[in-house]
Design a protein around this ligand. Structure first.
Ligand SMILES: C[S@@+](CC[C@H](N)C(=O)[O-])C[C@H]1O[C@@H](n2cnc3c(N)ncnc32)[C@H](O)[C@@H]1O
Length: 266
């Protein structure tokens, strides 16, 4: 790759960092002047420690959701495969489940430098070839250069508007290998529920199930949910997949609180 690259918004040229450490490669496509940070990303960029606690206390059912992901991969991917993890965060659970599968190559893409730095640690010494890209996940087609066997997005697509979700899913269809699988783990709206009612249900679930956050962290998290989350109904997530051109689209998992579900598209 050349030491310079056209800016992904097409505006100017800038240098990027490209580092290799044993099985790991890290590519930074962002400039210091990038202004992609907004309310939906702020919580992760500034405060990864809040999300670390959320994972540690299993508030968002990472444990059961990622076990389901592992099971699907084992059942459906007979041969060594490539796995693309969009908005990968610190890849804590991805790294844990993939070592128990036939994964050959892992690509993690995220906007948060802090999360990516933890993610590289989680793959150090692994047999899996791992590549990390610092970029906006909406722009992923510019960075994923070969056909991907499995594409996974955990808890991130619900920040997009419906037309952006649709375009994003159409783009996924373009880079997915023949026989590949695309999966999402996302919050769902109930039928007839609006975003205000969703937030009230989220807050009820938060009060009942969530643990480990102090009052300031809780306020920060609740503001993030209230101001930035735009989930679809179960049927809505399925309809988006069909509209995007996938021949099958189905819900394959619901976690204990009823907030989050996994959808599988082929
Ligand atoms: C809720 S966390 C999910 C992390 C991981 N996928 C998981 O299952 O736990 C959302 C992640 O999306 C990242 N993110 C938010 N906006 C992004 C964007 N526009 N492009 C890339 N990553 C983004 C955050 O940095 C954070 O790591």
């Amino acid at each position: 790759m050349s030491p310079c690259l056209e800016n992904y918004k097409g505006a100017f040229l800038f240098p990027f960092h490209h580092q290799r450490i044993s099985n790991i490669i890290f590519i930074n496509f962002m400039t210091k002047t990038d202004t992609t940070e907004n309310l939906s990303t702020k919580i992760f960029i500034k405060n990864w420690s809040i999300y670390r606690k959320i994972i540690a206390y299993d508030n968002m059912s990472h444990l059961s959701g990622y076990s389901k992901l592992k099971q699907i991969i084992i059942d459906e991917m007979g041969k060594p495969f490539s796995f693309v993890d969009l908005a990968c965060g610190d890849a804590y659970y991805s790294s844990k489940i993939l070592i128990e599968t036939n994964a050959r190559k892992y690509t993690g893409l995220d906007i948060s430098e802090q999360a990516l730095s933890l993610a590289t640690e989680n793959f150090k010494g692994s047999q899996i070839e791992a590549e990390f890209i610092k970029a906006d996940f909406i722009d992923f087609p510019e960075y994923i250069d070969s056909e991907a066997d499995v594409i996974w997005v955990g808890f991130s697509v619900h920040h997009l508007d419906r037309d952006e979700k649709l375009e994003f899913m159409r783009n996924i269809g373009e880079v997915l290998a023949n026989g590949g699988i695309f999966m999402l783990y996302e919050p769902i709206l109930l039928e007839g529920e609006d975003l205000k009612q969703y937030y009230i249900r989220f807050k009820r679930t938060f009060d009942e199930y969530w643990k480990g956050l102090d009052p300031e962290e809780s306020d920060y998290l609740l503001e993030h949910v209230r101001e930035t989350e735009k989930p679809e109904t179960r049927e809505g997530w399925i309809a988006l997949g069909k509209e995007a051109g996938f021949s099958t689209a189905e819900k394959v998992f619901s976690e204990r609180t009823g907030l989050y579900e996994i959808f599988k598209y082929k």
